[in-house]
Write a protein that binds this ligand. Structure first.
Ligand SMILES: [Zn+2]
Length: 115
């Protein structure tokens, strides 16, 4: 259900951004999904296919989902660390940090049209 509402909000965002005529030629949507966003790419694909089965408007649109790494910025030394194995530690000064700068987001990165 969670994924279905995400699909709805993606399409809603695109409908606000582009003219209907343009959207009818859309062939691909590129998403960036943070590893902490609780969005499962596979479920998002399923939700998309369920909403736009064969014969519907956006059926031919390919959904590309890239999962983005978790990054924190240290409050002490400002160093940016890529978090691995959920170790929220600054790699420079080794202080724990929860200051997330990437990893929770869901962004529409790019949209492709058939021109
Ligand atoms: Zn640090």
């Amino acid at each position: 259900m969670h994924e279905t509402s995400i699909v709805n909000s993606i399409i809603k965002t695109l409908e606000m951004e582009f003219e209907e005529e343009k959207l009818n030629t859309m062939i691909a949507i590129y998403l960036k999904v943070g590893k902490l966003s609780n969005i499962e790419p596979r479920l998002l694909h399923n939700a998309y296919t369920a909403k736009y089965p064969c014969g519907t408007k956006f059926h031919k649109v390919k959904l590309h989902i890239e999962s983005t790494d978790i990054k924190i910025q240290c409050e002490t030394c400002n160093h940016i660390t890529e978090v691995e194995n959920y170790r929220f530690l600054c790699e420079k000064c080794e202080k724990p940090s929860k200051n997330l700068i990437q990893g929770e987001e869901m962004l529409i990165h790019k949209v492709e049209f058939d021109d």
